[in-house]
Design a protein around this ligand. Sequence first.
Ligand code: IPM
Ligand code: MN
Length: 355
Amino acid sequence: MSKSYNIAVMGGDGTGPEVAVEGIKVLNAAAEKYGVKLNYTDYDFGGERYMKTGELLPDSAIEELKKQDSIYLGAIGHPDVKPGILEIGILLRLRFALDQYINLRPVKLYPNVETPLKDKGPEHIDFVVVRENSGGIYTAQGGVAKKGTPNEIATQLMVYTRFEVDRCLKYAYEYTRKRNRKKMLTLVHKCNVMTYCGDLWVRAHKEMGDTDYKDIKQDYAHVDATTMWFVKNPEYFDVIVTENMFGDIITDLGAMIQGGMGIAAGGNINPEGVSMFEPIGGSAPKYTGKNVINPLAAICSAAMMMETLGEDKMAKAMDTAVTDALSSGKIKSLSAGKMGMGTTEVGDFVAGMVK
Ligand code: IPM
Ligand code: MN
């Protein structure tokens, strides 16, 4: 019997809906080949709806989304809505409400893709960042006193429980084992300064590795040095695990060395629940409706979604289709408007390559 999955589609803002359509095109092509059935339900949460109704993400929607097998997101962010409202009210709200405690961000240079790193090719840039996605500075703990006075005091706390650290590390160790490359898990932190939070991660990383993952090499790098290594020798890395804000920052650099936001995919994962997949590039409002935005990141996110759902073969076929499409040399650049074809043509092209 063929497998069937219910997918919530949230196109969102700007170019989000356009890239999501192309991702679905490739999903459908692969689903047909592999005998998988995908049932889509559309949700219109985003800036437009917020401006019309004042509604961000009602509790009832969260309850509905919890019943889906996965969520496929285009982008959140609208130029006419004050920064922070949609990001916190929709994107972060979903991550927290669905306890998507992993943010998985592969940094992979595909063939024929230009990287700003001199003398580096696909054989040098292929690692994965496991970003903790539920805690740290993102928990909005802290406060302000004496606001508006010269003595204003603001605090924004980095908060981690052992539970949060352990569940993230467990996912990262398992992922490293499954990936089966260098079998090295690099913990990225700043333990020379962050002697409480950093120390917690360092001890937990070592204890778990010593006990349950003796086959995985334990490694550590400070976050500042990590940005240096990303540029100097990215080939060093296999899997990186890091806390939320450090992961946010280093994955933007990661996206740039793999050729830019047009190809950077991500997954907000709850290994025991409902996950959500998104290209990490944002809504790129100035390109909306012009058929120029690059849908490859959205297509790669869709492949990650199928892998997380356990459809490894289908995911691999989608990823290979992206590789083949790029290898053909017909996609001239990953930048919006410079691809040598339109958004929909790239989608058709990749869908046609699915074997
Ligand atoms: C990301 C984004 C978000 C984050 C913002 C939009 C809240 O930068 O997904 O990396 O900081 O996590
Ligand atoms: Mn970010």
